[in-house]
Design a protein around this ligand. Structure first.
Ligand code: BGC
Length: 248
C-alpha cells in the first residue's frame, strides 16, 4: 500500500532538509522544507540527533524515508565519499528507527532523486534505459530499466586520471577551480560521453543543485543521448525518500 502523504529527509554534506510530501498525485512538498546544517563532524550519532529534530519540527508520526550520499544495502551504509568515514558499516536504518521510534527506510540520495523524477518529474512515462544524474558536491547516479531502479550505481566514481571523475566534473569542481560554464560543460560532456559508451541510455535526466542554473550549461553539452533537465532540483531527494517510506 502506498500512503498519500510521506515524509522525507535528505542528508547532504552541508545541510539536512526535510518536508512532508504529497504522494497522491504531484510529489509536491506540503510545507516549506526545513533545513538544519549538517553537524561537524557528521558522525552517525550527531546526524541522528538532527534527524530527530527534523521529524519533531513537523510533528510527523508516520514512517520516515532518509536519503544518504552513500551506497546503502538493506539499510546498512557501505561507502562514505562526502560524509564522515565513521558511517561505513553502520546500520543507518536501525540507528534512525531506534532514535525516532518510527519505521524508517534509508536509501542512496541519487536513487531517491531518480525515483522522484521517474514518478512525478522529467522521467514520467519513460521506458528503456534512463539515467538520472545529480551534479552537486559529488555526482550521483540512478539507473532505471523500464522504470525499475537498479540501486547504488555510484557512477560519479568512474575512474578518470587516477581518481573519481566527480572530483573533476561535479558542480563543486566548477566552483573550486573557478571554471567558466563553458569549460565545466566540456567536462560534463566528457563524463556523459563515457556514460553513453558504457550504458547507451535512452534518456539522461540532469539534476542536483547545478540544474537550478541549467540554462547556463545544459545547452552547451555535447553528448548523443536525449538530455532533459530534472523537474525537482533541491527537493528531489526529499520527495524520493518520502516515496520510499510510503511503501513501509
Ligand atoms: C556518493 C554517492 C552520492 C553522490 C551524490 C557521491 O560522492 O558516492 O553515493 O549519490 O555523491 O551525493
Amino acid at each position: 500500500m502506498t500512503a498519500a502523504v510521506g515524509f522525507g529527509i535528505d542528508i547532504g554534506g552541508t545541510g539536512m532538509k526535510a518536508a512532508p510530501v504529497d504522494l497522491a498525485a504531484s510529489g509536491q512538498l506540503l510545507a516549506d522544507r526545513y533545513r538544519i546544517s549538517t553537524p561537524r563532524p557528521a558522525t552517525p550519532d550527531a546526524v541522528a540527533g538532527v534527524v530527530v529534530a527534523l521529524v519533531r519540527q513537523f510533528e510527523w508520526e508516520g514512517p520516515v524515508g532518509i536519503a544518504l550520499p552513500s551506497v546503502v544495502r538493506n539499510g546498512v551504509v557501505h561507502s562514505a565519499a562526502n560524509i564522515d568515514d565513521s558511517w561505513i558499516d553502520v546500520d543507518a536504518q536501525g540507528l534512525f528507527a531506534s532514535v525516532l521510534g518510527h519505521d524508517v527506510v534509508v536509501l542512496n540520495d541519487a536513487d531517491a532523486a531518480g525515483l522522484a523524477e521517474m514518478s512525478f518529474g522529467a522521467g514520467v512515462g519513460r521506458n528503456g534505459v534512463v539515467m538520472a544524474l545529480t551534479f552537486g558536491t559529488g555526482i550521483g547516479s540512478a539507473l532505471f530499466v523500464d522504470g525499475q531502479l537498479v540501486p547504488n550505481t555510484e557512477l560519479g566514481h568512474l575512474e578518470f586520471r587516477g581518481e573519481s571523475i566527480e572530483k573533476w566534473a561535479a558542480a563543486s569542481a566548477r566552483k573550486r577551480e573557478n571554471l567558466s560554464w563553458r569549460k565545466w560543460a566540456a567536462r560534463v560532456s566528457t563524463y556523459l560521453q563515457t556514460i553513453d559508451a558504457l550504458f547507451s541510455p535512452d534518456l539522461l535526466i540532469l539534476g542536483g543543485g547545478a540544474s537550478k542554473s541549467a540554462e547556463k550549461w545544459v545547452p552547451l553539452l555535447d553528448a548523443r543521448p536525449e538530455i532533459v533537465v530534472a523537474d525537482f532540483a533541491y527537493s528531489a531527494g526529499i520527495v524520493g525518500a518520502a516515496m520510499a517510506s510510503s511503501k513501509l
